[in-house]
Structure formats: structure tokens, C-alpha cells
Design a protein around this ligand. Structure first.
Ligand SMILES: Cc1cc2nc3c(=O)[nH]c(=O)nc-3n(C[C@H](O)[C@H](O)[C@H](O)COP(=O)(O)OP(=O)(O)OC[C@H]3O[C@@H](n4cnc5c(N)ncnc54)[C@H](O)[C@@H]3O)c2cc1C
Length: 506
């Protein structure tokens, strides 16, 4: 029996948003067979945040781990495939109006050396193609609106994420968890009692019901009623280097010309907006900094961009608390989801962080139970992960090369960055080896060298005046690479057709 788990061990997950149900599902799979009891408590009256429509590839492993097939969950959640993110309008440098950020796949081994080499030479002034779009199969799949599901005779797996309706994913996971024996209680927690050691003792609902447990998961969203409010764990804001703190969201009908298979992230006057294709609608959200634009102006700018100026499509306004808690696991409480922190949604990493937190916790709790050393190491790992993701997102704003509004100028002028990001930018600027820098810092577990080069090069951070490449710099023939990517893409189906035909990965 694992040190922290014994028959009758009671776990209460407070919060029935995506984070709470993800935690309940993962813990149920592992610990219900060991005799633990898991209860999810949520207040329908408070409700869930209900946004969050994109994922990273790790979500595939989440569903696989739970034994849930794509054919079961995807149609139930209006889900689509995501080959990556295409960034538009983040740079004013000619030729760099957009670029594609793929998820790393094994097949990239055929073209990534050329991408890295060309990018490296371009930083030294050689006029060579170096934008990710021409080098990576995922970019071609996104451009052609293809699903990342290779034909049977194509022997490579392609990394992909998903787009989905957050409400439907939560409801699906709830059914799954309840089917496995997780209990569900509806009610609003009014009081949280502490024991003599300052650990959480019980939740008391506003109708007087009392729920005791041995361990509590705080998934109460930005409220963080257990970890931050009751246990007083401090919150570290990332506001100094990530300015966006608000969003305005509105759906539009699906694109009649075809079903996209990538998220679009489009720069705006005081932030950026996403376009996410679902099977039944497009999700759209403008993420902005309220220090630079009012909610009304942001809504107007967003409506204009979507062509909804006169339409009565309702807009939803949201506030975001960007940063992380100092300790995600404190005494007998683990915060999961928005209650532990949030980095703005540019890279759609929130559910990935939920998954990493819960999986990491299960692993360490089974090994070391409540021992302080295990808890401390876990908290340090999760903090490092939050900061690794944050640095990559901050880099978008530092590297973007837009200076046409006060917002973009303030981002460019902002000197608040971590030592890790500082070193990465210095390596880029002085023509250093980015692969070596990522290795040296051991940060590939957050973003690979390919991602860093896509980003830094994608905005055109190259010398302005270029010279013809020297013969030794023409090592890679672009015609060969174009042909390779083109032929590979022939093995993939149209996105809408693949989803309609039920051609899913499993
Ligand atoms: C603008 C925006 C865009 C985003 N985009 C993405 C994205 O593309 N990809 C991604 O992965 N993530 C994204 N996110 C994050 C994503 O929305 C969340 O990580 C995810 O929905 C999980 O939220 P949650 O479960 O932590 O909180 P919530 O959904 O807010 O759930 C909180 C739960 O706690 C309950 N609760 C709170 N207080 C009490 C109480 N006192 N008593 C009982 N119950 C209580 C509520 O009823 C609710 O069930 C985005 C977030 C924002 C703001």
C-alpha cells in the first residue's frame, strides 16, 4: 500500500470545473482500487468559468491514461484536432506577418536540422528561408485544414492537441468519474474548519452539512477558497511581465469554407485574440490588458475584427488573475487549476498544468505521503513548470517587434524577465546555439529548442540587411524539403470529413 493511501482514506475535491473533474478522474483511477473514497463538492449556483477551448498534446495522454477513446469523448464535446497555433500580426517586419508553431513530432527529425541550420545562418546575415511554416508537416496540415490522422501506410505518429467546449468536457469527465465510483455533492462551502495543526479538517456547507476528509483538493477557480483564502498561501502575481488581465469572449457560427485544424492567435491593439474552430461553432476571445484599453473599447475592437458590429451576439467579459501560488500543496490541501495559478491562455497550457500537477502529486504522495521533503520537492517542480511556461509566453511579447500602440511599446520596453529568459534572448542575439542553451538550462521539458527557434525567428528577429548565403550555408535544398512536406501531407484526410466519418485515432 502506498504511504499516503490506505483503505477508507477520504479525499474531497472542492470544485466541479474542468480542473476538479480532471483531478477526480486521475485520482479515482489510481486510488479507488486501493480503497480510497473520493467526493467532488461543487456549487452549481457559483458555476464554472466555462472557457478554455484549446489544449496541448498532453491531453491525449490524459484521455488515454483513463482509457477513454477519442471516438467517445470528442463528439460529446464538439471537439476538433489542433495541429498547433498560427500567430498573425505580431510583427511588422516584412515577410513575418504570420508564422506557425507546431507541436514537436518524431517526423520533424527529417526537417528540423535544416530549420535550425538555416535559422542559425540567417542570424549571421545569410538570406535563407528560416520560418517554421516551410519545415514542419504540422504547418502544412494546418494550412490545408487536414486532420493529424495519418493513413495506415504512413508510419509516423503526429503530435496534436484538441479544441473543445469546456462545459461539455467537464460534464463528460463528471459522468466518467461518477461511473467509476466518485461521489458528487452539490452545495456551497461557507466555512472551512482547521484542526490543531492548522490542516483542513472539514468543509461546512451553507445548509449546515459537514464534509470531513483526510485530504482536500482545492479546485475552486480564481477564488481558491481553501489554499489561498483559508490556508493563507501567498499568491505571486506575474503582472510585471504579463500585462493581460481580462478577456472578452463571443462565439461565431462555424466557418462555412472548412473546418480549421489550428488555433489562430491574432495580435490586437492591447493584446491578442484567439479563433478556435469547434464542430458546431468558432470560439473567439480577445485577451487584453485593462491598463491599456477599457472593456467597452476591447469589445468594440473585437466585434469589429469578427464583423459583429451590428449583431446582437452576446459578449462575455472575464477577469484573469495571472500568476501562481507559492506552494501548490500545503498541509493536507493540493490546489489544482485556476486556484493554483494561471498564465494567460496564449499557449493554452492551463489543463496541461492541471494534469502535470495531479500526476506529479499522485506519484509523490504514493512515495512519501505527507513527508515534508517530498512536498517541498513537488512544490519546487510545479513552480519551475509554471515559470518555464511563463517565460516562453513572456518571450512572445518581448520578441514580437510590434510598436504601433502604447501596449506593444510597453511590452517591448519591459525589462522584467527571468534570468532564464534573459539568457535565452542573449543566446539568440549573439548568434549562440539555441539547442545548447535549452540543454544547458534543462528547459526542454517545458518548451523544446524547436519551439524557441520558431518563436524567436517567427517574428523576424534577424538582421535587416541580408547577404547571399555562402556555398557552405546552402547545405539544405529547400526544394527537397518542400517536396518532403508536400508528399507527407498527402497521407492525411480533410479535417471535417475525418471527424464526420468517425476516423479518430483509436
Ligand atoms: C480567458 C480565458 C481563456 C482560457 N483559455 C484556455 C485554453 O485555451 N486552454 C486551457 O487549457 N485553459 C484555458 N483557460 C483556463 C481554463 O478555463 C481553466 O483552467 C479550466 O476551465 C479549469 O478551471 P477550474 O476548474 O480551475 O475553475 P472553475 O471552472 O472556475 O471551477 C471552479 C469550481 O469551484 C466551485 N466553487 C467555487 N467556490 C465554491 C464554494 N465556496 N463552494 C462550492 N463550490 C465552489 C465552482 O462551483 C466551480 O465548480 C482559460 C481561462 C481564461 C480566463
Amino acid at each position: 500500500m502506498a504511504p499516503g493511501i490506505r483503505p477508507g482514506f477520504r479525499i474531497v475535491v472542492l470544485g466541479g470545473g474542468t480542473a476538479g473533474w480532471m483531478a477526480a478522474c486521475l485520482m479515482a483511477k489510481r486510488w479507488l482500487p486501493m480503497g480510497a473514497e473520493i467526493t467532488v463538492v461543487e456549487s452549481p449556483e457559483i458555476g464554472i468559468i466555462g472557457v478554455g477551448e484549446g489544449s496541448t498534446p498532453q491531453l491525449r495522454a490524459f484521455f488515454e491514461d483513463l482509457g477513454i477513446a477519442e471516438r467517445d469523448w470528442m463528439p460529446a464535446c464538439n471537439a476538433t484536432y489542433k495541429n498547433g497555433i498560427s500567430f498573425h500580426g505580431w510583427s511588422r517586419v516584412p515577410g513575418y506577418q504570420s508564422y506557425f508553431h507546431p507541436f514537436p513530432s518524431p517526423i520533424d527529425a527529417h526537417t528540423a536540422p535544416a530549420f535550425h541550420f538555416n535559422s542559425f545562418c540567417r542570424r549571421r546575415g545569410a538570406d535563407l528561408p528560416a520560418t517554421s511554416d516551410r519545415f514542419f508537416l504540422s504547418a502544412k496540415l494546418a494550412e490545408r485544414r487536414l486532420a493529424p490522422l495519418p493513413a495506415r501506410n504512413f508510419p509516423f505518429d503526429i503530435a496534436y492537441g484538441y479544441h473543445f467546449d469546456a462545459y461539455l468536457v467537464g460534464a463528460f469527465l463528471r459522468r466518467h468519474a461518477e461511473g467509476r465510483g466518485v461521489r458528487h455533492v452539490e452545495g456551497r462551502v461557507a466555512t472551512i474548519t482547521l484542526d490543531d495543526a492548522g490542516a483542513v479538517g472539514a468543509l461546512v456547507l451553507d445548509d449546515g452539512r459537514r464534509i470531513d476528509a483526510d485530504f482536500f483538493v482545492d479546485s475552486t477557480g480564481f477564488r481558491s477558497v481553501v489554499l489561498q483564502e483559508r490556508l493563507s498561501v501567498p499568491f505571486r502575481s506575474f503582472k510585471d511581465n504579463l500585462f493581460n488581465d481580462s478577456a472578452v469572449v463571443m462565439p461565431t457560427p462555424p466557418d462555412p469554407t472548412g473546418l480549421g485544424s489550428a488555433t489562430r492567435a491574432i495580435a490586437m491593439n492591447a493584446g491578442w485574440r484567439w479563433e478556435i474552430p469547434l464542430t458546431n461553432r468558432s470560439g473567439n476571445g480577445y485577451v487584453y490588458a485593462s491598463d491599456f484599453i477599457s472593456a467597452d473599447e476591447a469589445e468594440r475592437e473585437h466585434r469589429a475584427a469578427l464583423g459583429l458590429l451590428d449583431a446582437d451576439t452576446p459578449a462575455r467579459h472575464l477577469k484573469m488573475k495571472v500568476g501562481r501560488v507559492e506552494r501548490h500543496w500545503e498541509k493536507n490541501c493540493l490546489a489544482v487549476g485556476l486556484s493554483q495559478g494561471f498564465i494567460e491562455p496564449l499557449e493554452a497550457t492551463a489543463l496541461h498544468l492541471v494534469q502535470a500537477t495531479v500526476e506529479g502529486f499522485i506519484d509523490v504522495f504514493e512515495k512519501t505521503g505527507f513527508e515534508e521533503a517530498g512536498r517541498r520537492a513537488f512544490n519546487e517542480r510545479i513552480n519551475a513548470r509554471f515559470e518555464g511556461v511563463r517565460d516562453y509566453i513572456v518571450c512572445h511579447y518581448q520578441a514580437s517587434l510590434r510598436d504601433d500602440t502604447e501596449y506593444w511599446r510597453a511590452n517591448a520596453a519591459n525589462q522584467t524577465r527571468s534570468a532564464s529568459l534573459e539568457a535565452m534572448l542573449a543566446a539568440w542575439r549573439c548568434g549562440g546555439d539555441i539547442r545548447e542553451e535549452v540543454r544547458r538550462q534543462d528547459i526542454a521539458k517545458y518548451y523544446t529548442d524547436m519551439s524557441w527557434v520558431c518563436l524567436l525567428g517567427g517574428y523576424g528577429n534577424y538582421p535587416r540587411s541580408l547577404r547571399p548565403p555562402a556555398p557552405e550555408e546552402r547545405r539544405f535544398d529547400m526544394a527537397v524539403i518542400d517536396d518532403f512536406v508536400e508528399r507527407c501531407a498527402l497521407n492525411f484526410p480533410d479535417h471535417r470529413a475525418a471527424l464526420s466519418a468517425g476516423e479518430r485515432a483509436d
